[in-house]
Design a protein around this ligand. Structure first.
Ligand SMILES: CC(C)(COP(=O)(O)OP(=O)(O)OC[C@H]1O[C@@H](n2cnc3c(N)ncnc32)[C@H](O)[C@@H]1OP(=O)(O)O)[C@@H](O)C(=O)NCCC(=O)NCCS
Length: 159
């Protein structure tokens, strides 16, 4: 599997991201359900190719939590991603986590964060294997509301 970054002007790659997203998520109103470039909010996307077949994808973007605002130092937020069912079990999500961390480091970002659904055992195992630890978010560190604190497990790693 070969992971390739998506260039902001690459319309074909952006279509593949939307197709992959539709295959792995069932939320019709997800963040990628609209039109236009997928690189909104400064997000960076990657596609994992098995030969000429796209099998996984993921994105990250800078995130400012309210404790960081005064120095404008963004955190890196592992935004969204997935692996096609037929390609699971090969460690692809871990590879996608690492490539996004490299992108964060290249931009001088010192901390990576994300959240998971508490039912997403695969994601949680992969995050732990990559060195992430769960944290109890509060109103300054929640991604993005207190509602998320109750619904999702929050994760953090110093890069
Ligand atoms: C989450 C996801 C990306 C993981 O795909 P993957 O990289 O192939 O990971 P795996 O399926 O190998 O799962 C990782 C580990 O969790 C384990 N696991 C997965 N589902 C499990 C379950 N229901 N119960 C127990 N263990 C489970 C796997 O056995 C594996 O264990 P190992 O590391 O000891 O081998 C993929 O399942 C997916 O795309 N899901 C839908 C979208 C999603 O949830 N995206 C992530 C949030 S944005």
């Amino acid at each position: 599997m070969n992971i390739v970054p998506v260039a902001s002007g690459d319309i074909d790659a952006q279509r593949w991201i939307r197709w992959l997203d539709g295959e792995v998520f069932t939320d019709a109103e997800g963040p990628l359900s609209g039109a236009g470039p997928v690189t909104f909010h400064g997000s960076h996307w990657f596609i994992g190719w098995d030969g000429d077949k796209p099998v996984c994808y993921a994105g990250w973007r800078p995130h400012f939590d309210s404790t960081e605002l005064h120095f404008r130092q963004p955190l890196g937020f592992l935004y969204r991603g997935g692996v096609l069912e037929c390609a699971r079990g090969h460690g692809y999500q871990k590879e996608l986590i690492r490539v996004r961390e490299e992108g964060m480091r290249a931009q001088g970002i010192a901390t990576s964060i994300t959240y998971t659904d508490p039912l997403s055992i695969g994601s949680m195992k992969n995050l732990m294997a990559c060195g992430y630890e769960p944290y109890l978010a509060d109103k300054t560190t929640a991604l993005y509301s207190m509602d998320a604190v109750y619904r999702f497990v929050h994760w953090r790693k110093d890069l």
